[in-house]
Design a protein around this ligand. Structure first.
Ligand SMILES: *[C@@H]1O[C@H](CO)[C@@H](O)[C@H](O)[C@H]1NC(C)=O
Ligand SMILES: *[C@@H]1O[C@H](CO)[C@@H](O)[C@H](O)[C@H]1NC(C)=O
Ligand SMILES: *[C@@H]1O[C@H](CO)[C@@H](O)[C@H](O)[C@H]1NC(C)=O
Ligand SMILES: *[C@@H]1O[C@H](CO)[C@@H](O)[C@H](O)[C@H]1NC(C)=O
Ligand SMILES: *[C@@H]1O[C@H](CO)[C@@H](O)[C@H](O)[C@H]1NC(C)=O
Length: 489
């Protein structure tokens, strides 16, 4: 170990070859990789049009991450919310009366996602309009039973309106972390008790069907952790009408063990008969601070801004656990952009690139929290954006996951086969092998061992390069702290 560290310190590569096998047993079908439009549009909409367009390209465009899922936050009006950025406007005026000019900021980026043909667009809610919550506010209350039909009709009306405007929501998520009233009011939120959940889902299903929106899938319940999900799922999922749910959605803020997340996925699927989706995560660091440079070490909820490959591969670890243990069919990061950079980036080139403990791992792209006073509208891309680009580009919609075994324990591998040929930057492909090297030493692999077809090269993101493509080769080196995708046709 000491010898290897010395070699690493001297910049000497330690290249070791390993054999590995891609299983022929199909896993789940995966259908979407994304992030959400919560909150940052309220800031970034104030930026020059050229910067706003750059944001859309970086998230949705072919030269950017090419996300295949976007979650638009249907605002509740932000009544009572202390942080103005986290107080989105609402379309709701009164029952059946809407102000479609509201939330111009959120709608701008929603329309961009639609123009870029992001295949999955979800309307997600933190709080119902204030007339439907127990305390007449957008945080701190509970959904009122008697207002469930009105709430369902409101969501159906919002989705129908945007469909007429050419923005097709494929999914709707009608509650967020519903155990929590969000009484601290740093953001919108409302409690939806386990006893209410099936009723809201069934009522919304009827309202959508009546509006001709049968194709819009409902997901629930966005539980914050395995600790909420596992005991509560049996209280609400069995009461949901058959066919009313398209996916069981969950978060993972408890950073549960492999066994816990596997149990969550299994319970969710067994009770519902539909796939589980991982729909939100952010804000993590190594649970044991002595492991902070090991991205495979167990994580915990915490502030910290970690823009490097460590922060990226910590997210990679969560995606790997989601797909290989929970067997989720979909993965979303939390907020696509964030001002939680934790330092003052204007005139300080180190600030955006160095970790600091004042910021948050809650963005793929960051911006200056002081933009309104210093006019700095620069965008700061972190390694997480490029990690997500690998997943969004090469875990194709509708592709099937396969286990990979025999890799060294610090290399996390996942293989995907697409039913059809897929055009990529490197030519047409139908299979991908994503390899994350969580260790510090380079490791060499032979693409032919994958048995996935003819290697056509791939793409690499490492401490020194972002999304560097390379051609076919009999041996590929996975640098320390890197993500590499190998493509095959
Ligand atoms: C994948 O490997 C895990 C063990 O890591 C095993 O439990 C599971 O059954 C395998 N799944 C498939 C589809 O091969
Ligand atoms: C609609 O919302 C916009 C944006 O907040 C606001 O300027 C306008 O006054 C609202 N219109 C009505 C009729 O409430
Ligand atoms: C909420 O508003 C309704 C209607 O105006 C009112 O009757 C009720 O007392 C209010 N509730 C609270 C908790 O303020
Ligand atoms: C889900 O169902 C499968 C198949 O019946 C079963 O093997 C598994 O134990 C169930 N999982 C849970 C958590 O009950
Ligand atoms: C620049 O940013 C770095 C990293 O956050 C910080 O340590 C340093 O103090 C900043 N420099 C100045 C002059 O503010």
């Amino acid at each position: 170990m000491a010898y290897l560290s010395l070699l690493a310190a001297l910049g000497v590569y330690c290249v070791v070859a390993f054999g590995f096998t891609v299983s022929s047993t199909p896993g789940q079908v995966i259908n979407g990789i994304g992030a959400s439009g919560a909150w940052w549009p309220n800031d970034v909409f104030n930026f020059p049009e050229s910067v706003r367009e750059q944001v859309a390209e970086l998230l949705f465009g072919p030269s950017g991450a090419g996300l295949t899922s976007y979650r638009y936050n249907v605002g509740g009006g932000g009544i009572g919310v202390s942080n103005p950025t986290r107080a989105p406007e609402t379309f709701y005026v009164s029952q059946g009366v809407y102000n479609w000019s509201a939330d111009a900021a959120g709608v701008y980026f929603l329309q961009k996602a639609s123009q870029f043909k992001v295949p999955q667009i979800t309307a997600f809610v933190n709080s119902a309009p204030t007339t439907m919550t127990s305390n007449n506010a957008s945080c701190g209350g509970t959904l009122v039973d008697a207002q469930i039909p009105a709430y369902a009709q409101y969501l159906a009306d919002v989705i129908a309106h945007w469909k007429e405007e050419g923005v097709v929501f494929t999914h709707v998520s009608l509650m967020n972390e519903p155990d929590d009233t969000f009484g601290s009011c740093g953001q919108e939120g409302m409690e939806v008790t386990p006893q209410q959940r099936a009723s809201v889902i069934n009522t919304l299903r009827s309202a959508l069907d009546a509006a001709g929106l049968q194709s819009v899938g409902i997901m629930a319940d966005e539980s914050s952790s395995t600790g909420n999900f596992i005991p509560e799922a049996p209280e609400w999922i069995p009461q949901v009408q058959k066919g009313a749910l398209a996916a069981v959605s969950h978060h993972q803020y408890g950073f549960g063990s492999d066994a816990e997340v596997a149990q969550m996925g299994s319970i969710g699927r067994n009770l519902s008969g539909v796939y589980t989706w991982f729909t939100e995560i952010c804000c993590f660091k190594a649970a044991d601070s002595s492991q902070q440079n090991n991205p495979a070490a167990p994580l915990t909820y915490s502030g910290i801004y970690e823009p490097t490959m460590i922060g990226a591969l910590q997210l990679g670890q969560l995606v790997y656990q989601s797909f290989t243990q929970a067997l989720d069919a979909h993965f979303d990061f939390w907020t696509a952009l964030s001002n939680g950079i934790g330092c003052a980036p204007l005139g300080n080139a180190t600030c955006p690139t160095a970790p600091n403990s004042n910021g948050w791992n809650d963005g793929l792209i960051y911006y200056d929290p002081d933009y309104a006073t210093n006019q700095n509208t620069a965008l700061y891309q972190v390694k997480r954006l490029f990690l997500m680009k690998h997943f969004a580009n090469f875990i194709w919609m509708g592709s099937t996951r396969f286990n990979v075994s025999g890799l060294p324990s610090n290399v996390f591998g996942m293989a995907f086969k697409n039913p059809a040929q897929q055009s990529t930057q490197l030519g047409t492909a139908h299979s991908s092998l994503i390899l994350m090297n969580m260790g510090n030493s380079a490791i060499s692999v032979q693409p032919s061992q994958a048995g996935l077809g003819t290697s056509i090269g791939g793409a690499l993101t490492s401490p020194t390069v972002d999304w560097q493509t390379f051609g076919a080769s009999s041996s590929v080196s996975l640098p320390g702290l890197s993500i590499t995708t190998l493509l095959f046709n």
